[in-house]
Structures are given as structure tokens and as C-alpha cells.
Design a protein around this ligand. Structure first.
Ligand code: AMP
Length: 425
């Protein structure tokens, strides 16, 4: 016999039934909330031409430079497992000419992303994101509405979440600001870490991502981008903030919050939670008006955010996870061949009426069937033997308080309906 393959790849994990209930709850909640804001789901392919991410995220980023799962497929084409979904959504938007109708296109997605990152708490190599993209408008109200949706989604799940906000300028005002940064950085170049020295020359804004302790005093002294926005960017940022204020949405302006790439403009935001510890970012987003052109499309105003599901599920309040997803409402225990057939028939009928039912076909003793009912967390157990069958009735037991009563078989559905609170079926 071959050796048992008994572990997944490092940084990958299985989500087991005791966890997936919480995941489903979050996913269903996202669908409900996003639909209220007029977002529709898009499902793009998980594997894409490498070039899409090289261009769409940027060769110079850690994601593209160090973290992508890239390989040659059987037709010798370089392909990559998606490390994020915005580039794919924009690709699909362009490929399907979704801009043709004009106006605003609002899309959301959810699913796995892949990054070969260093192992750390709160970081996986296959992780899940829920994200939304609004394409076709540069109106600041669109920015504010999207931020409001992301926050409302989290807060209505009972999660503590704070908004950090910034504007990163545009192609007109940012180059001047970057020159200013470079001039400042050149004064302390000897004191900076190797990465910062490289970034200062190639991708200056990313200096703000540096975590090295000795660089911090120099970074803190750098001028703030919010003091160097052009009139249009200033006005846009002011309006985004005014719309947020009108919706009573709190935020902190953090001038260090930047995106490195040229096609990110104006609004940049992050949602953090104190419940997360050091990896405290729950979601990141911003405007990326230049991305469509980078991918060869027409100019398209757009903004979006991506929210880490793994982290969200980690801090979901306990009561949100209490709903056992596969917990049967009724377990049907049977004794004898004829009773088993009847139990199967009753289960089929009840399932068609919307009840979740389980039974054990291995014809074990009643005791072992009761053990299984308990293990599955069933609410009620129906016990059918030859005698009950002859009478056209069965015995129904409430596993929570152990009360038991006889019930006529045709009355089971009505009994469950009236005893299982909050059911809608
Ligand atoms: P990003 O696409 O890097 O802006 O990330 C958006 C969000 O996805 C972050 O705020 C995290 O919540 C989540 N995220 C990113 N990378 C990982 C990872 N390796 N493992 C788990 N969650 C992640």
C-alpha cells in the first residue's frame, strides 16, 4: 500500500463542517447586504494568464514579485492562480464589453485567492475574499456608498470595525508629491533600510509600508500627501468625507495609507478591527481609475474593496456561529426492515416539505441509533418499530428536554412546524 497522504500543503487548510456554518452565514449575509445596494455577483476564473496580474497588480509588488502561484500549463502558457480578484473582474468587464450600456456597473465576488506568503497568524496561502467593484463613475457619493456598505456589512454582523481613509491624489498632483518625498528621503538615505532605499527610487510611495523600526522616525517626518493634492483631488476627497459625515460614518484620515501603483487614484481606505491583533486589516480598497487602460481597455472610473473572510470568521461573535448548519431537525430511528422502509418514506416526505432529516441505514440497535442522533445534534428523534407501524403511529422524543410522546404518522410535519421555532418552510 502507498503511504497515506495525510497533510495538505503548508499554508492551506480544510474548512470542516463545524466551521463552515459560520462561513455560510457570512457569505449569505454578504449576498443580502450587497444586493440591497444593487451589487450583482460575478464569478470569474480562478486561474488567469500571468500577464493579467503582472500588469494589473504591478511587477514591482510583493504579490507579483514573490507570492504568486505561477506555472506553465500543458500548452506551455504561463498561468497563475489568482492572488486577488480585481484584475480578473476588470478583465471580465472588458472582455464582455460590460461598459457598453454606460452608467454604473456594480459587481461583487467571493472565493479563494492564492498567495505564497510567509506563514503567520492570520495569513494563509489559500485564503478567501469577498469583494465589490463599482465601475463607471467617479462620483464621490459612489465611494462613500461603497464604504458605507462594507462597514454596514461588518457592523451588522456584530464585528467591531474602524475606517481609515486617505486620498492618494492623481496623475496630475502625485508626481510632484513623489518628487518632494524623494528629495526628503535623499537627506536620510544612509539611515534607511535596503528596501526603503530601493523603493525611494522605484516606487516611492511604498516607503510608507515599511515596518522596520529604525526607518520610522524618518518616515514620520515625510510630508503628508493630503497637503499636496491638486484642487480636483482635494474637492473629491472633501466630498467623499462630506457624504460619509452625512451618513454619520466615522473615519480617521491616515495620510500614510497609500497604494503604490500609478493607476490608484484618490480614495484609499482600510477597515481594521481591534479584535484582530497584529494583522488587524479586515478590508482594503480604493479607486483604481487607471487599471482598465493598463489592461488595454478604454478609460474607466472604478473603485472597489476586498475583505478577508478568514479573518472575519475568526472574530465573528460567538452567537453568530451558534446556528448548526447540518443539524437535523429530526432523526428517524427504526427497528426492523419494514420500519426502516417506512422511516425512509417519512424522511423523504418531510424533506420535500422543508425539514432536515437524518437516519442510520446500518440497522444498528436503537441505542447506537440514539447515539448517532445525539452526535448529529438532532432536535427530535422519531422512533418507529413494528408495533408502532401496525398502529400507524410513532414515538417522538425531544432530545433537548428528553420529553417523549406518541404521534400519528400523518401529524409529524404539523408537529415539527409548530415546535421548531422560527421556521419558514
Ligand atoms: P489585499 O488584497 O492585500 O488588499 O487584502 C485585503 C484583505 O484580504 C486583507 O485586509 C485581509 O483581511 C485579507 N488577506 C490578504 N492576504 C491574506 C492572507 N494571506 N491570509 C488571510 N487573509 C488575507
Amino acid at each position: 500500500m502507498e503511504d497515506l497522504i495525510s497533510s495538505s500543503l503548508p499554508g492551506m487548510r480544510d474548512l470542516l463542517p463545524e466551521e463552515t456554518g459560520r462561513w455560510q452565514l457570512v457569505e449569505e449575509h454578504a449576498r443580502r447586504i450587497f444586493a440591497r445596494y444593487g451589487f450583482e455577483e460575478i464569478r470569474t476564473s480562478i486561474i488567469e494568464p500571468t500577464e493579467l496580474f503582472a500588469r494589473g497588480i504591478g511587477d514591482d509588488t510583493d504579490i507579483v514579485g514573490k507570492e504568486m502561484y505561477t506555472f506553465m500549463d500543458r500548452s506551455k502558457r504561463s498561468v497563475t492562480l489568482r492572488p486577488e480578484a480585481t484584475a480578473s473582474v476588470v478583465r471580465a468587464y472588458l472582455q464582455n464589453a460590460m461598459y457598453r450600456g454606460g452608467g454604473l456597473t456594480k459587481l461583487y465576488y467571493m472565493g479563494p485567492m492564492f498567495r505564497h506568503e510567509k506563514k503567520q497568524k492570520g495569513r494563509w496561502r489559500q485564503f478567501y475574499q469577498i469583494g465589490a467593484e463599482a465601475l463607471g463613475s467617479d462620483h464621490p457619493a459612489v465611494d462613500a456608498e461603497m464604504i458605507e456598505m462594507a462597514l454596514w456589512f461588518l457592523q451588522s454582523l456584530g464585528v467591531e470595525a474602524r475606517l481609515l481613509l486617505n486620498s492618494v491624489g492623481c496623475r496630475n498632483c502625485r508626481p510632484r508629491y513623489v518628487e518632494l518625498l524623494q528629495a526628503e528621503l535623499s537627506k536620510s538615505v544612509g539611515a534607511l533600510c535596503e528596501d526603503c532605499r530601493r523603493r525611494a527610487a522605484t516606487n516611492t510611495l511604498r516607503v510608507f509600508d515599511c515596518k522596520v523600526e529604525s526607518c520610522q522616525p524618518h518616515i514620520e517626518r515625510l510630508p503628508a500627501i493630503t497637503d499636496h493634492l491638486c484642487a480636483e483631488c482635494s474637492e473629491h476627497f472633501g466630498k467623499v468625507r462630506a457624504f460619509l459625515d452625512e451618513g454619520a460614518i466615522g473615519y480617521t484620515v491616515v495620510p500614510r495609507l497609500v497604494r503604490g501603483l500609478d493607476y490608484y487614484i484618490r480614495t484609499a481606505f482600510e477597515i481594521v478591527s481591534g479584535e484582530l491583533g497584529s494583522q488587524n486589516a479586515l478590508a482594503g480598497g480604493g479607486r483604481y481609475d487607471g487599471l482598465s487602460e493598463v489592461l488595454g481597455g478604454p478609460p474607466v472610473h472604478a473603485l472597489g474593496f476586498a475583505l478577508g473572510l478568514d479573518r472575519l470568521v475568526m472574530i465573528l461573535p460567538e452567537e453568530q456561529g451558534a446556528k448548526g448548519q447540518g443539524r437535523p431537525e429530526l432523526f428517524l430511528a427504526h427497528m426492523g426492515e419494514a420500519a426502516m422502509k417506512k422511516a425512509a418514506e417519512i424522511a423523504r416526505d418531510l424533506r420535500h416539505q422543508g425539514f432536515s432529516c437524518s437516519l442510520d441505514f446500518s440497522a444498528g440497535k436503537l441505542k447506537s441509533q440514539m447515539r448517532m442522533a445525539n452526535r448529529l445534534g438532532a432536535r427530535y428523534v422519531l422512533i418507529i418499530g413494528e408495533d408502532e407501524l401496525a398502529r400507524g403511529s410513532a414515538s417522538i422524543k425531544n432530545l433537548e428536554d428528553s420529553s417523549q410522546q406518541d404521534i400519528a404518522i400523518p401529524d409529524i410535519a404539523a408537529f415539527l412546524k409548530s415546535h421548531i421555532q422560527g421556521r419558514t418552510a
